[in-house]
Design a protein around this ligand. Structure first.
Ligand SMILES: [Zn+2]
Length: 607
């Protein structure tokens, strides 16, 4: 056993690094004596846990003062003991436990279902204490940020920054260090051994700081994290030939426009300096500069001069390259051995706790209403992709939360809410619709002007019209702002505390509605799981859940799922829509009258 002594705020901590099998009995005693609760973490050889040959290099267990580091990569008893210990411990304190749980499920065959009920996640706990990231004026939620704020800045500097120092010492980039750093490297052992100690301490420190109103969310958030992890683990099948074709097509588009640019004298469309000089020589004058002082040639400027062949070539060439990299190359590089793609779902994403999806399936970047990217995701054999989404979820939630009589009545009678706003403001329905959605987002006349393409006068009239016809919303917004100014935060309908920037009290309405809407979807996901729909859920996207169901039962099953997802909030039905797409996710997004190349049918009749 190698012992590393370290100190946190002057009090000693001890890291025991297991070196031989003879060291294991002492580790077992430690686990048995601390089985009520321990911090836990793993060090892996990368982040792509779905890849064949992925390794869990170290597993670490610790309380507030002492930890054990096991070289699980060496297999045998080291791995067996780690697996047994994970099974024994009644509460596992982990930072972003979803990741380690998915790794253990895949590499060790420890079912995620057996670990999640015992997880106490420091990240989830911290988010319930203060949901803000650092850029929003909060503490942040990474282990380093939490350690710096709640435990010790010195420890954050020394331990969390130590891998950067080690990478330098080994002469490799930090991102490349994980698969190659020797298991017995003392700096690595210190780094690894501190993680469970810190997770353990953070959970202990943070739990009492969760506002009373939010205590009931602790269990819910852990269950939701688990539900999302099960979807991530399943993944979605990639249509590799389709994705390869699109990547090749985009590569040739990129080359085509690069050639045009070259003929017009621009050698490299990715060099800001060259691009700046080239467009200026054609009389297109950028008005802004980049942080490094170069003329700023962005999409906005290029689109405004799309009639200029060079501007068009730069714009389309770069756009093709970006689409290829973000969607298609990304999918090809990140698929597993069975050609499945596993998203990175952050169940508590933004400051309102809205979920975010990134990684192999960056669903939030997919062009809306377009099948190009979604067509690359296909159902398993015999299944079809289906979706249930909420109808105007945020507006319905706004009606429920504000209690506005006119808005509640409109939803009850299934009246045209957008036309109501349009009539009150004497604008067209499209502007009325945008006004409705914009108001939920806390947007003002300026935003409406640019989105709806209307004059300031029309925009102001539309927003005034909205508040005139739905006075309860204005009252609700004012109440929230008063609460925010008085306390510095608001409490959502589910009890979540959301801090509001003193300079932006008007954002309170958006936070309240967005967070409540996220919890509508969150509760629905848990009800679906409870009702046995877990095996069919693929992905939560905004106010929508994507499923795959056996083809012959698809409509029936999706309809039932939609029933489960509906709820009544303060007398307002938060209603859902059913869609049976087809063999791919893109089937729901094919153009009217277009024959689907995969299903050989027309999904949408021409209007
Ligand atoms: Zn289809």
């Amino acid at each position: 056993m190698k012992v590393i002594n370290y100190a946190i705020n002057g009090s000693e901590v001890r890291i025991n690094v297991v070196e031989t099998e003879e060291d294991l009995p002492e580790f077992r005693h430690f686990v048995i004596n601390n089985r009520r609760a321990l911090g836990f973490d793993t060090e892996t050889d990368g982040l792509s846990w779905w890849e064949d040959g992925f390794r869990i290099r170290l597993a670490q267990f610790g309380n507030a003062h002492e930890s054990y580091v096991l070289p699980t990569e060496r297999g045998g008893l080291f791995q067996e003991d780690a697996i047994k210990a994970v099974g024994w411990i009644e509460k596992l304190a982990m930072q972003n436990g979803t990741y380690d749980i998915l790794c253990m499920d895949r590499v060790w065959g420890v079912p995620a279902e057996s670990v999640f009920p015992r997880l106490v996640d420091s990240r989830i706990t911290a988010h319930l204490v203060d949901s803000r990231g650092r850029k929003d004026g909060g503490v942040g939620h990474s282990l380093e940020e939490l350690t710096r704020h709640y435990v010790s800045a010195t420890v954050a500097d020394e331990v969390k920054a130590s891998m950067t120092v080690i990478a330098k010492e080994l002469g490799i980039k930090k991102a490349d260090i994980w698969p190659v750093i020797p298991l017995e490297h003392e700096g690595f052992n210190l780094y690894a051994g501190m993680d469970p100690i810190l997770a353990f301490r953070l959970v202990k420190l943070l739990k009492p700081q969760i506002p009373t109103t939010a205590r009931k969310l602790v269990r819910y958030e852990h269950e939701l994290a688990a539900a999302c992890a099960y979807m991530v683990r399943r993944g979605i099948k990639a249509d590799v030939p389709y994705i390869e074709d699109r990547a090749a097509e985009l590569a040739s588009t990129e080359h085509h426009y690069k050639d045009i640019a070259a003929k017009l004298g621009l050698e490299n469309i990715n060099s800001p300096r060259q691009v700046g000089a080239a467009v200026i020589s054609r009389g297109v004058i950028p008005t802004e500069t980049t942080p490094t002082g170069q003329p700023k040639v962005d999409d906005h400027l290029l689109k405004a001069h799309i009639d200029d062949p060079l501007c068009e070539a730069i714009y389309r060439g770069k756009k093709a390259a970006k689409a290829k990299a973000t969607w298609f190359d990304n999918a090809l590089a990140n698929r597993d051995g069975a050609h499945r793609l596993h998203a990175d779902i952050r169940s508590m994403g933004a400051r309102t706790a809205r979920m975010s999806i990134s990684g192999a399936i960056p669903a939030q970047t997919f062009p809306s209403g377009d099948s190009l990217v979604r067509r690359g995701f296909i159902a398993d054999p015999g299944m079809v992709i289906c979706a249930v989404d909420y109808k105007a979820q945020e507006l319905r939630v706004l009606a429920a939360l504000s209690g506005d009589k006119a808005m509640k009545k409109a939803f009850r009678e299934e009246a045209d809410l957008h036309q109501i706003t349009a009539d009150a403001a004497e604008v067209d329905r499209k502007t009325g619709k945008m006004t409705n959605f914009l108001t939920v987002y806390g947007g003002g006349p300026a935003a409406l002007m640019s989105q709806a393409g209307v004059t300031r006068e029309v925009a102001e009239r539309a927003i005034k019209g909205f508040f005139k016809v739905f006075p309860g919303v204005e009252q609700y917004s004012e109440d929230l702002q008063r609460e925010a100014r008085r306390k510095g935060y608001i409490t959502t309908n589910t009890g979540r505390r959301l801090y509001v920037d003193k300079r932006r009290p008007y954002a309170a309405l958006n936070y309240a509605v967005q967070s409540a809407s996220r919890d509508v979807t969150g509760r629905a996901i848990l009800r679906l799981l409870e009702a046995g729909y877990g095996q069919f859920m693929l992905l939560p996207v905004h106010d929508e859940v994507i499923f795959q169901f056996p083809e012959e039962h698809a409509l029936n099953a999706t309809t039932k799922a939609a029933q489960i997802m509906k709820e009544v909030m303060q007398g307002v039905l938060i209603d859902t829509d059913v869609s049976v797409y087809g063999k791919s996710w893109g089937c729901g997004y094919t153009a009217d009258g277009q024959v689907c190349d995969l299903c050989n049918i027309i999904h949408k009749e021409a209007a």
